[in-house]
Design a protein around this ligand. Structure first.
Ligand code: AHG
Ligand code: MN
Ligand code: MN
Length: 326
């Protein structure tokens, strides 16, 4: 029997996303198929290990960070409709050499870099904005999260999946063995309640009191005030942790902590926080800095700005807000 599933192109057209935005999203998806090939090749594709450089955030770049960044940058800047790109692995944005592009694309080309060499899940995150008129500089990218035209991620896991929003819900596509993105998860919704949380417990001593209180309540389980047992997961790749929450609910926290007061959290607003928040809100979840205030309402001031992240199942985020007193 032939598979009659809808492919990405047909889904975009059926949901009213046509023309230039559809062309751009198909190019991003195709670029991620190229990244998938390198990820799958691992040692055979020269994809493991350090590149020998550090990025502008003083983090060691892995070979795969650089390869993935080059694939997306080269493919996107070759499109006449792209005016510029910016990413975790670039000091500053790269404007296109041509005029007339109408979109800006921000990306985390390879999320979960510490997983590369252990063959654990990694991903790509992207955010699409309208290009303002005039010269494309870093300032052109500093647009409010609510202005995103599209956002998504690709998870290079047991299956390769694209999860996408253009502002009318969230759809998931699985990459078939013959290289097609087929709609497998129409209208993804995050369950409002959960018994699963995700946080890097090794940072516990650095957390603020409210997060300490929340996690302590989860750990007390059925014997504590929450009256139920909790499970804990941490994949160390935001894409994989958010994908689990998309599939079965949960909360993910990379909260503010007191280690470096000038770095409010670890994750980056423009290519991690904002695109994931757009997806989570479109799936009916909440994505906040503190349990209450939406990440999408944070005013961007720098390309590599960091933001605390507390997102996931809506009712559980309310529990966190109550613990945090916001
Ligand atoms: P990246 O690999 O793009 O730098 O992002 C890694 C991020 C995020 O994906 C993950 O949730 C978090 O860092 C893991 O941090 P810890 O290693 O501190 O757990
Ligand atoms: Mn990342
Ligand atoms: Mn990354």
């Amino acid at each position: 029997m032939t598979d009659v599933r809808t492919d990405l192109s047909a889904h975009l057209s059926a949901t009213g996303v046509e023309g230039d935005l559809a062309e751009l999203l198909l190019k991003i998806a195709a670029s991620c198929v190229d990244i998938r090939k390198v990820v799958s090749g691992g040692a055979l594709a020269g994809a493991l290990g350090a590149s020998g450089n550090v990025n502008v955030q003083d983090e060691e770049q892995k070979k795969l960070d650089v390869i993935s960044n080059d694939i997306l940058t080269d493919n996107l800047l070759a499109l006449p409709l792209v005016a510029g790109v910016a990413s975790e692995e670039m000091d500053n944005c790269q404007p296109a050499k041509h005029d007339g592009g109408k979109f800006l694309v921000l990306f985390d080309p390879l999320d979960g870099s510490s997983n590369i060499d252990i063959n654990a899940p990694v991903g790509t995150i992207f955010s699409v904005l309208a290009a303002p008129s005039g010269e494309i500089t870093d300032a052109a990218f500093l647009q409010d999260g609510r202005k995103q035209l599209a956002a998504g991620y690709v998870l290079y896991g047991g299956q390769t999946m694209l999860v996408l929003t253009t502002g009318s819900g969230v759809a998931g596509f699985t990459l078939s063995l013959d290289g097609q993105w087929l709609l497998t998860h129409a209208d993804i919704k995050i369950s409002p309640d959960t018994k699963e949380f995700a946080i890097n417990m090794s940072n516990q001593r650095h957390w603020a009191e409210g997060v300490q209180t929340y996690v302590a309540g989860c750990l007390q389980g059925a014997e504590g005030g929450r009256g139920k047992n909790f499970n804990m997961r941490w994949v160390a790749a935001m894409v994989a942790d958010v994908h689990r929450i998309m599939m079965r609910g949960g909360v993910f926290l990379y909260p503010w902590d007191k280690r470096e007061p000038n770095k409010p959290g670890k994750l980056r607003l423009m290519y991690e926080g904002n695109p994931m928040s757009f997806l989570v809100e479109q799936a009916g979840g909440k994505s906040t800095t503190d349990g209450r205030n939406a990440i999408l309402d944070v005013t961007p001031t720098q390309l590599h700005q960091r933001v605390p992240v507390i997102l996931g199942s809506a009712n559980e985020i309310e529990e966190i807000a109550a613990c945090c007193g916001v």
